[in-house]
Design a binder for this molecule. Structure first.
Ligand code: FAD
Length: 152
């Protein structure tokens, strides 16, 4: 099995899309991620997987907290901005529990780092959810490298 075949296979798993956000030294950094899952109810834990080369690691390591913003179908542009596919866009973040969140997300989870695991070329962050916001709407989805094709 080569890398391309593995990536193609993983792309067959339809997901939602999140933007991870955190703030350190007065600077907010965001990153698009679909490697997100719920882990535990007691305590309330979630997991994200961040590539070792991503700048996001430096911000989370300093702040020891981060938010996960689950995007609605109207927020594809946010996904593209925080994946580096749309450059030089100004994004205004709201603040929730002292952390940056993207307004109009379906869900924003405010998390503190519970523990961290290195896994190959990624770092897994388990976050303890300290509070969340919730609103109705349709999700942005990602399948076979494309947005919102799950039901089309
Ligand atoms: P950068 O590449 O420097 O930042 C990402 C982009 O966000 C840059 O263009 C930057 O200008 C912009 N940005 C950051 N902060 C701000 C701000 N405050 N205001 C305005 N713009 C800002 N990678 C993973 O590691 N794990 C995943 O689970 C994952 N899932 C993905 C899912 C999808 C659907 C896509 C499209 C990409 C995914 N990626 C994932 C890839 C990841 O989003 C990119 O590699 C990203 O560029 C890595 O970000 P970075 O932290 O290295 O920072």
């Amino acid at each position: 099995m080569d890398d391309r075949m593995f990536r193609t296979a993983m792309g067959k798993f339809a997901t939602g899309v999140t933007v991870i956000a955190s703030e350190a030294d007065g600077e907010v950094h965001g990153m698009t991620a679909n490697a997100f899952m719920s882990v535990s109810l007691e305590p309330k834990l979630i997991l994200i997987s961040v590539g070792k080369n991503a700048k996001m690691n430096q911000t989370i390591e300093k702040a020891q907290k981060f938010t996960v913003n689950i995007l609605s179908e109207a927020q594809q542009e946010m996904s593209m901005i925080f994946a580096g596919q749309l450059k030089d866009r100004h994004v205004v973040f709201d603040t929730f529990e002292g952390m940056p969140v993207l307004e109009n997300s379906l869900v924003s989870l405010a998390c503190k780092v519970y523990n961290t695991h290195e896994a190959g070329d990624h770092v897994l962050y388990v976050g303890e959810v300290i509070n969340l916001t919730l609103q109705d709407g349709e999700p942005l989805t990602f399948f076979e490298g494309k947005y919102n094709l799950v039901n089309s």
